[in-house]
Design a protein around this ligand. Structure first.
Ligand code: SF4
Ligand code: SF4
Length: 441
């Protein structure tokens, strides 16, 4: 039999090997592990939304396999099949062979003609290198948003005219922006003790620029539970570049963050790194995959990722065992498991273990709790029809719980389900750590 070795992947920079649950595999070997059993179909949000084989994990694996084998020639003709994947990992989670469909699909996506060439991506990455300029532009945009000028531009069809119809969807989903970004006030929030830090706070972009209250709650909770901690002064984790742009940019961001951590570790050898967006945390836990074949950097990435924790895994039941709850007595609460926590990190019942003893029958189980909400980074802007169908299903499930409050752990879910709570079913969507902060207060 011919030895296929990533033959599809010749043009652009991509990962040649993946770390799968069955060991390190090249893309062809990884995709060949799919036996086409179909067991994963009903767990896949894009398949469930449209019931088409092409939009299922099996359909995607089959297409990518045919591309590698040369039976299908042009990756750009398979664009729709590849681009409708939310990279949510629900398929890998349920698959007996743990086939790494999202990783395989992303590597195929890198081969598409226009992948990584978006003007918006390049502008964000370049302007972000000058933080003050980036802050100024974003604040100006937020002021325009407050004056509804972005909605006016949308009505006038300017986003279509500029060739970015996805901006129209982004504008609709934008929540109330903060007046100050978190990095502008974080030093006043951090502990002032001189003793060694037990934790290092990694500030993610979503928390910094949109959901600053989430970060404030995280810091407050960490101070109460773990005492002294420090701010990492990190760069973006690199996930935006990894998913939408250049693999080299993503690696650059990762290495810079690893370097910052290595410096901090000299003074604080036992500190763990903690962040409050499950998508960024899952990505940082996967840093080693980007450095396969680079021995020294791989080791450094492995050490870094072993120290990374999601805020939902550092709050333990014993931290709240003395709490007598008054304020939330009449509230029904449910938990949407952000897919990057549940599927990628394997954090399946951390929140329940903490909350069930306190909330008792007021904690209501959510049907399909780990099915993606359709947010998935920029997916909700670029694939609005799929995204809204998936969101509708999520909000319908939530409506059946009659929950007053719905908890999530990723900033993408906060935005998407915040929108869903306005358009589909009214529930207060908040980050899990915001509720923990409230309880501890
Ligand atoms: S990804 Fe796994 S569960 Fe889905 S069809 Fe392939 S082998 Fe079966
Ligand atoms: S990652 Fe999610 S959307 Fe993509 S194939 Fe798997 S289950 Fe479907």
């Amino acid at each position: 039999m011919k030895n296929y070795k990533n033959e599809l992947f010749t043009e652009k920079i991509h990962l040649h090997e993946l770390i799968t649950k069955n060991g390190v595999k090249n893309i062809y070997d990884a995709v060949s592990q799919c036996t086409r059993c179909g067991y994963c179909l009903e767990s896949c949000p894009s398949y469930v939304a449209d019931k088409k084989e092409n939009y299922s994990p099996r359909g995607r694996n089959q297409t990518i396999r045919m591309l590698i084998e040369g039976k299908q020639k042009d990756v750009n003709l398979a664009k729709d099949i590849i681009d409708t994947c939310l990279l949510c990992g629900a398929c890998t989670n349920i698959c007996y062979g743990s086939v790494a469909t999202p990783d395989i699909t992303l590597e195929a996506r890198r081969e598409e003609r226009d992948f990584g060439n978006s003007f918006i991506y390049k502008a964000i990455i370049n302007i972000r290198k000058k933080r003050k300029t980036f802050d100024l532009i974003l604040k100006t945009f937020y002021i325009m948003h407050g004056m509804k000028l972005d909605k006016l531009a949308d009505k006038l069809g300017m986003f279509d005219f500029l060739g970015y119809p996805s901006l129209s969807n982004a504008v609709k989903k934008l929540i109330k922006p903060p007046k100050k970004f978190l990095h502008e006030e974080i030093n006043d929030l951090m502990p002032k003790e001189a003793e060694k830090a037990g934790w290092i706070y990694f500030l993610t972009c979503g928390t910094d620029y949109m959901f600053t209250n989430v970060g404030k709650s995280s810091i407050s909770v960490l101070k109460k539970i773990y005492g002294n901690g420090i701010f990492m002064k990190n760069l973006c984790c690199g996930l935006i570049s990894y998913n939408y742009g250049s693999l080299n940019d993503a690696k650059e961001h990762a290495l810079k963050n690893i370097e910052i951590f290595e410096e901090l570790r000299k003074e604080n050898p036992n500190a763990f790194i903690v962040a409050d967006c499950s998508s960024c945390v899952a990505f940082m836990k996967s840093y080693p995959q980007m450095f396969l074949g680079e021995e020294e950097n791989y080791k450094r990435a492995l050490e870094f990722s072993s120290k990374v924790k999601d805020i939902i895994e550092v709050v333990k039941p014993e931290h709240l065992s003395d709490i007598k709850l008054d304020g939330l007595k009449d509230k029904k609460i449910t938990i949407h498991h952000s897919c990057k926590a549940y599927n990628d990190q394997g954090l399946k019942d951390e929140e329940e273990k903490v909350l069930k003893p306190i909330l008792k029958e007021n904690l209501i189980e959510l049907n399909e709790s780990n099915m993606c909400c359709g947010g998935a980074g920029a997916y909700s802007f670029t694939k609005p029809e799929f995204s809204n169908k998936i969101l509708y299903r999520k909000m319908k499930n939530i409506s059946e719980t009659q929950a007053d409050i719905t908890l999530v752990s990723s900033t993408s879910c906060l935005m998407q389900m915040g929108y869903g709570s306005k358009t589909h079913y009214s529930t207060e969507v908040k980050h899990y750590v915001e509720l923990i902060d409230e309880i501890l207060k």
